[in-house]
Write a protein that binds this ligand. Sequence first.
Ligand code: ADP
Ligand code: MG
Length: 140
Amino acid sequence: MAIERTLSIIKPDATERNITGKINALFEGAGLRIVAQRRLRLSREQAETFYEVHKERSFFGELVDYMISAPVVAQVLQGENAVAHHREIMGATNPAQAAEGTVRKEFALNVQENSVHGSDSVENAAKEISFFFSDAEIVG
Ligand code: ADP
Ligand code: MG
């Protein structure tokens, strides 16, 4: 399996509840390495651009409002098969459908406030990583 990098975001519901360390512990416990990390507050424009792929969805406006409601922690995770592995640890989008032991099963509040974002393909991971980090900020 290839060593990959993926873009992870710990979302506002989790930063507000001060559980970023608990979420990072699940990632690290699963063998993913945090090779870049920054806490920031997204601007409305940044959130709209990041989630542009969802702009026609009915929940887009609410999603953007939520993503700018509190700080987020953007991070690059590295490991074997990291993109798919991270999605597995995150669990299903809707926590009601998430498997036991996943971040969303454990921590998510509902389908929107679901604690974490993860890139869904290697190609999107590269794009999303460069949205937040320069090469020099990623230290593997
Ligand atoms: P994922 O984050 O699992 O890749 P999507 O890319 O489909 O899920 O959706 C992006 C984000 O939009 C979700 O993580 C969630 O915060 C929000 N979202 C998705 N579906 C809904 C929905 N039906 N209602 C409200 N928010 C949603
Ligand atoms: Mg997605």
